[in-house]
Design a protein around this ligand. Structure first.
Ligand SMILES: *[C@@H]1O[C@H](CO)[C@@H](O)[C@H](O)[C@H]1NC(C)=O
Ligand SMILES: *[C@@H]1O[C@H](CO)[C@@H](O)[C@H](O)[C@H]1NC(C)=O
Length: 369
């Protein structure tokens, strides 16, 4: 996902950027306490997408406001460092890297001095607030999905420099590719700006997104990806900010946003089925349904021990995200584990743990790692 406040109040960004040295040290210190529980299930974890999976690549972008490198982000991270992760602590790529017995934290591609070992076991190229609609990253000045692929090309060259072509091929062949994006297309570009909704109804917009998804999948496949998990959209209408904007006085889940997500998910599954059956397409792609588990948490979170499902932990919890969520101007809840959402758009680490458990239980087995 990404975020948005085109509704926005302008708040001066006081956020002190984390310097590469601090980040490097924090990551090294954190990693010391972690041990794998068994043999690695993949050679590497390679991630593309948006803020759900961006551990800090956006920190390097001078213009965008789509950053999480200020408190309260990272409030429960080692040393309380706001690395750029859009949550109180870890993101799904970190939790997945741990489950694959690879490492504790998946670093961003930018902004960190990687050790050779860190490069060999994978990085995230994701950029918060990007999407498949070419307008989506353009509106908020973040990296496009094509730029993420170009980063991958540079990454691959670095691997070749480190270990040679043959070993690089072995690493890419054995890597777990994880892609999570498209939510910002619907939440931000379609519903919050006039650029698309005027010309496209929801089915036509879903078609546009699928064109981008297919190009991305074919491009990634051509780069040698063999095993890939590809997420659909969450129930966007049930995210706190979208309840505030689209859910009326009662702040119900907004039906139109959920309808768009479900329609995209159906079309995406058909696309994935078609590509997997195409003899010219060499990636085994598994659809990760995140809609149902996030709907369950956002609507029936009490079954999972949550007490607050409709407001984020940051400020009022109704609208604050990225630069509007800042401890300089507002408080933060002290019972973050009782909240499904950390800001008005992004889940807490505890919610992410449940989502990643669900993915490992139902979908990762289909990847034949
Ligand atoms: C980052 O860490 C690596 C090894 O852990 C070290 O070689 C490098 O000098 C560090 N870079 C900075 C900027 O501290
Ligand atoms: C991805 O595919 C599209 C359509 O085939 C192409 O126009 C684009 O240049 C490709 N991008 C990259 C980074 O390979």
């Amino acid at each position: 996902m990404g975020m948005k406040m085109i509704v926005a109040v302008h708040v001066v960004a006081m956020a002190a950027a984390v310097c590469a040295r601090d980040l490097n040290q924090t990551m090294a210190a954190t990693a010391q306490g972690w041990r794998p529980r068994g043999r690695p299930l993949a050679t590497a974890l390679i991630v593309f997408g948006d803020s759900i999976v961006d551990p800090g690549n956006n920190n390097n972008l001078p213009v965008t406001r789509m950053k999480a490198n200020h408190a309260p982000y990272g409030k429960d991270f080692a040393g309380h460092v706001a690395t750029g992760r859009f949550s109180n602590a870890l993101l799904p790529p970190d939790l997945i890297a741990q489950r694959l017995n690879l490492k504790q934290l998946l670093p961003p591609w930018l902004n960190v001095d990687h050790t050779p070992e860190d490069l060999l076991t994978g990085v995230s190229f994701a950029s918060g607030a990007t999407g498949f609609d070419p307008l989506t990253p353009q509106i908020v000045n973040v990296f496009t999905m094509d730029q993420e692929l170009e980063f991958f090309d540079t990454y691959r060259q670095k691997l070749v420099g480190l270990v040679g072509e043959q070993e690089t091929r072995r690493i890419i062949d054995g890597a777990f590719f994880f892609v999570c994006t498209a939510t910002d297309d619907v939440a931000n570009t379609y519903f919050m700006t006039p650029y698309r909704a005027f010309d496209y109804d929801i089915p036509a917009y879903v078609d546009l997104l699928l064109v981008g998804a297919e190009a991305f999948l074919r491009n990634t496949s051509a780069r040698g990806a063999k095993k890939m998990g590809f997420t659909g959209m969450p129930p966007i209408g049930c995210v706190p900010s979208q309840r505030t904007i689209g859910g009326g006085v009662q702040r119900r889940c907004d039906a139109r946003r959920n309808y768009a997500a479900l329609m995209y998910n159906k079309a995406l599954q058909e696309l994935i089925g078609r590509l997997n059956a195409d003899p010219g397409f060499h990636t085994h792609v598994v659809y990760f349904n995140i809609y149902d588990i996030i709907y369950e948490l956002a609507v029936h979170g009490e079954r999972w021990g949550f007490t607050e499902m409709t407001r984020g932990c940051c400020g009022s919890g109704l609208i604050e995200v990225t630069q509007l969520c800042n401890t300089q101007y507002m408080g933060v809840c002290d019972d973050v584990d009782k909240h499904v959402f950390f800001d008005s758009y992004h889940p807490t680490q505890r919610a992410y743990e449940i989502i990643v458990d669900h993915i490992f239980k139902y979908y990762v087995p289909l990847m034949h790692l």
